[in-house]
Design a binder for this molecule. Sequence first.
Ligand SMILES: O=C(O)CCC(=O)C(=O)O
Ligand SMILES: [Fe+2]
Length: 260
Amino acid sequence: MSTIEIQKLPAALGARIHGVVPGELDEAVADTLRNAFDAHQVLFFPGLAPAVEDQVALAKVFGEPEVHVEGRQVDRDNTVYVDDEHFVHVIDSNRNAANFWHTDATFKAEPPGASMIVARAIPDSGGDTQWLDTYSAFEALPKPVQDMLRQLRAIHGHPGVSELNAHPIVRTHPRTGREALWVNRGWTTGVEGVSPRQAPALLRFLFDTMEQPEFTCRWSWSEGDVAVWDNRCTMHYAIKDYGDDYRSMHRLTIRGEVPA
Ligand SMILES: O=C(O)CCC(=O)C(=O)O
Ligand SMILES: [Fe+2]
């Protein structure tokens, strides 16, 4: 039986997990990990380097994997990484730069509940990722503003680029019952019932409230590190500070529900 060690990061969110053996996950370990996920929002597994099928097995601890729209399964060296169900796909610096604050695919009617990446190639320096605790961002607002926001829904998506869907600005986490401020600069483009003249100022106020270093944690990658994050109560930002160096992450998306 594995002994799991949970080490909180010295930051607003995030914890390091030691003691997980890929391919040896039992129900007790899974329960420990789910509780740690609820408490810390982002879990890091340093140097775990799971085989592709073990990445899928680890993801299943946190929910049901889904096939991501832009799935690609070939790395720079044309190595193919395919699990049987095509859940894992490659995002690399030749094609992606998620260097803006966002939560994954919030334009969908049922946005991903969680996402997981394994660092397969990292630049010589830089290429860290930051995550942000959107519970704390909500709690930082004055009570009357919180009450106002509970009555509003935001529009997510860019016309012509993605679907458009409206979601509550204050989202209640289905497991923890905690409220999170659930808009993000990457995808949130309007507010229902608020004119296009007024909505940008309201959203800017929310983004400015959220995007504070005090609410973040930052991970410097080593090859084989795994991170899994809860899209219901976090945002993230992949820092693009490594020039033309190559960086590759093997990513997997876990199904979510209609935000409420
Ligand atoms: O590459 C990273 O560090 C994260 C990229 C990202 O935004 C994602 O995988 O959703
Ligand atoms: Fe992302």
